[in-house]
Design a protein around this ligand. Structure first.
Ligand code: GLA
Length: 728
């Protein structure tokens, strides 16, 4: 039925009564709509992105916008050339040296399959024969539109792509409040908000790999307001699905309009396109909410769960990771005892982190061994299978760490294949963490990296999980393989990584793979097509994690966040937080422990077991529930959030005091959200040291709980409480 409807709509577009030579194109989801129109000349214009409206074709009658010299017109794909003089999404240099591209609409198609409307809009430059196809996938139920562009060299000579963005959108509002994240190692995902001035704001990465250790390729844009609101107003959220260099530009022009352009960063990456060849850009993920930022996040999270993240919707095991508990110093015995403790505490997996491999250059520190992926039998004489099988016998899954894109100079690999190392000819290679990067633009290196994963999987049939790490950036790039075509390096490195991951997923569809990059250095929807989860940050300090986790969840779903409880003083920050606070924070993601359990006191161990057991009661809500942010650590002395089941029958509420409050102010009121106001819920506090809400154990209506009456007593810095709600 939808097929027929859509076909009819497409045909209708061609026979419009008012302007027979113009057309409009609708890209729509259940609640949102993107409206494109052509003008008399055949330019394609973005007219509207917002809530669904009746009669969107009426835009065709408004052609005033397009008269006169047009530096800021809402071109759907702004190009260098024609009347457009703003920041281009597409900038091409032709063989004759010219820079002008003018694209005109030539047709479009629409198709519906299993919840996704795909619209393809064809454009062509009649002078150069460059063709462009804009592809929009509209995810009906999730209210998400995923856009990318195909650039086709229809001419007879090669062309150079100087800018080749994935997608552009155009807005017309009084104010634009941009929310985005910046960060570094152990301080990933820090929120920054700014009202856009009349200039161009650029968010980008030039790091090559670890591309998101600084800025993340994502943002939220609140329209017509200087205030960030969870529940009110128009918000557009966007995220580029690309793990390499990216660029997001926000050009606020002198007419008050905003052009947002998102794509690969063309820095040092002019892309030469041979005749007849097509360049396919990465996906740009868009969503729109007219109910504030909370809805925008929930749209993205649903899309991530249903479509965007590998294995989305599946519950992941809790785990004990060996890193901070053992670092490089362990024996088989150390690992077996950790496995015993993990099993005894009720955890579900043991992950052996760094330090298990390399013989000639044993990996006993970070200065040797990367590249030599054989078991260090001096350290683990019985091998990996022995440890993995022991874990399985104890009822635990088993995971293992690798860092396959890297090589230490002190390794057999570095001596055998110096030509595989990313290096500029005649120059020294900088070392970072004592290591170099392997050149994934080279297909032989792709084979090798795939072989590392494949080989490690052969060490034991009991490997259920792989932590894939990537611990440095690329400076002073150079590829022996690419020869004179160095401009291709950054793009082809990332494509090479995806090639490897595609092959891995074909052979190992069910193994859980964590994307780690010195913590959250590779957090993007491109990587998440292949990885099940991320290592959110090496910083496991409960305090710092509040900021990191809050910001991560603006765009990315809670279920991808590896969140571990570690020892105090925290190994990164030196901070000391109560064990309960650390658990209550980690339980908002995929719970894990990263410490030596034998260092727990009896009391701590008992609390840990209680927290782990209670997590299982609501873990499915972390993985499949909807997130409602109640209070931001950036704006308030309290951080609070909740996950609500899709049928609103269950919820879990997390509350944390981030800063000391004087006694009279310790009972902070939170308005719960997302509940059914008409249903009654039992509210039960979990992980209790001392009950901190007067209503603990009682039954309340959803309406009451959402009225601001929920006011747990959180008297001290790092007081925290978790509540489980069940409808009667
Ligand atoms: C990176 C990761 C850590 C750990 C170490 C091992 O820093 O982020 O979690 O795996 O590498 O060397």
């Amino acid at each position: 039925m939808k097929h027929i409807l859509l076909l009819t709509v497409s045909l209708l577009c061609l026979y419009l009564p008012a302007r027979a030579n113009k057309t409009y194109i609708l890209v729509q989801t259940d609640h949102t709509q993107l409206v494109l129109t052509t003008d008399d000349a055949g330019n394609l214009r973005t007219r509207y992105y917002g809530s669904r409206i009746d009669a969107p074709w009426t835009f065709l009658n408004d052609d005033k916008l397009f008269t006169g010299p047009n530096g800021s017109g809402p071109m759907t794909i702004p190009t260098t050339g024609g009347v457009f003089i703003g920041t281009p999404a597409l900038h091409v240099r032709y063989a004759d040296g010219s820079h002008n591209t003018e694209l005109y609409y030539t047709g479009h198609t629409s198709e519906y399959r299993a919840g996704v409307f795909t619209t393809k809009v064809m454009l062509r430059d009649p002078v150069t024969a460059l063709a462009v196809v804009l592809i929009y996938e509209a995810y009906e139920k999730e209210d998400v539109i995923v856009a990318h562009t195909e650039i086709i060299n229809g001419g007879k000579k090669p062309v150079e792509l100087l800018d080749y963005a994935s997608s552009a959108l155009h807005f017309n509002a009084d104010k634009y409040l941009l929310t985005h994240t910046w960060g570094g190692w152990a301080t990933e995902m820090q929120v920054e908000r700014e009202l856009l001035g009349h200039d161009t704001k650029v968010i980008e990465s030039r790091r090559g790999v670890q591309a998101t250790q600084g800025n993340n390729p994502s943002f939220m844009l609140s329209l017509n307001t200087a205030e960030f609101s969870e529940t009110a107003g128009e918000v557009i959220a966007g995220a580029l699905a690309w793990s390499g260099n990216f660029r997001l530009s926000f050009e606020h022009d002198n007419a008050g309009k905003l052009n947002v352009i998102a794509g690969i960063n063309p820095h040092a990456a002019t892309y030469s396109l041979a005749p007849g060849k097509t360049f396919i850009t990465p996906d740009m993920v868009w969503t729109y909410s007219n109910n504030g930022a909370g809805q925008a996040s929930r749209n993205l999270h649903r899309w991530a769960r249903n479509w965007g993240v590998y294995g989305g919707g599946q519950v992941h095991p809790t785990l004990l990771n060996s890193w901070e508990g053992a670092y490089f110093s362990f024996t088989t015995e150390t690992l077996l005892r950790m496995i015993d403790d993990a099993a005894g505490m009720g955890l579900e997996m043991f992950v052996l982190d760094d330090g298990w491999f390399a013989k000639d250059y044993p990996r006993n520190g970070d200065d040797a061994g990367l590249g030599d992926w054989e078991v260090n039998t001096a350290k683990l004489p019985e091998g990996i299978d022995y440890v993995a099988s022991y874990a399985h016998d104890k009822g635990l899954k088993f995971g293992i760490w690798i860092e396959p894109e890297m090589v230490n100079p002190a390794s057999n690999l570095a001596h055998r294949h110096p030509e595989w190392v990313v290096k500029s000819p005649g120059r020294d290679i900088y070392q970072e963490r004592n290591q170099w990067v392997l050149d994934l633009s080279n297909p032989a290196v792709q084979d090798f990296v795939y072989g590392i994963f494949d080989g490690v999987m052969q060490l034991s049939k009991n490997i259920d999980y792989v932590k894939w790490d990537c611990n440095r950036v690329i400076e002073s790039f150079g590829s022996t393989y690419l020869g004179k075509e160095q401009d291709r390096f950054y793009v082809e490195y990332c494509q090479g990584l995806y090639n490897v991951m595609r092959r891995i997923r074909e052979k190992y569809p069910r193994v859980l793979i964590q994307c780690c990059s010195s913590g959250g250095g590779r957090v993007d929807y491109g990587a998440l097509r292949y990885f099940d989860e991320i290592w959110t940050s090496d910083n496991t300090d409960g305090d710092c994690r509040a900021y990191i986790q809050y910001a991560t969840n603006l765009i990315y779903p809670p279920f991808i966040m590896g969140a571990h409880v570690s020892a105090v003083p925290n190994h990164q920050s030196g901070n000391v937080t109560p064990l309960k606070f650390r658990f209550d924070m980690a339980c908002a993601g995929r719970l894990g422990l990263e410490l030596q359990p034998k260092h727990f006191s009896e009391h701590e161990r008992a609390l840990a077991e209680r927290c782990i057991a209670s997590y299982y009661q609501y873990r499915d809500l972390v993985f499949t529930g909807d997130l409602y942010r109640l209070s931001s650590p950036y704006d308030s002395d309290y951080y609070a959030l909740m996950y609500v089941s899709q049928d609103k029958s269950r919820a879990v509420v997390y509350t944390y005091c981030m800063r000391y409050q004087h006694r009279a102010g310790s009972q902070h009121s939170f308005r719960l959200d997302g509940l059914d106001p008409k249903r009654n819920y039992t509210v039960k506090e979990l992980n209790v040291n001392r009950s901190c809400w007067w209503g603990d154990g009682d039954v309340f209506s959803g309406e009451f709980l959402q009225s601001g009456a929920f006011n747990p007593d959180l008297p001290q810095k790092y007081s925290s409480a978790v509540f489980y709600l069940e409808a009667q």
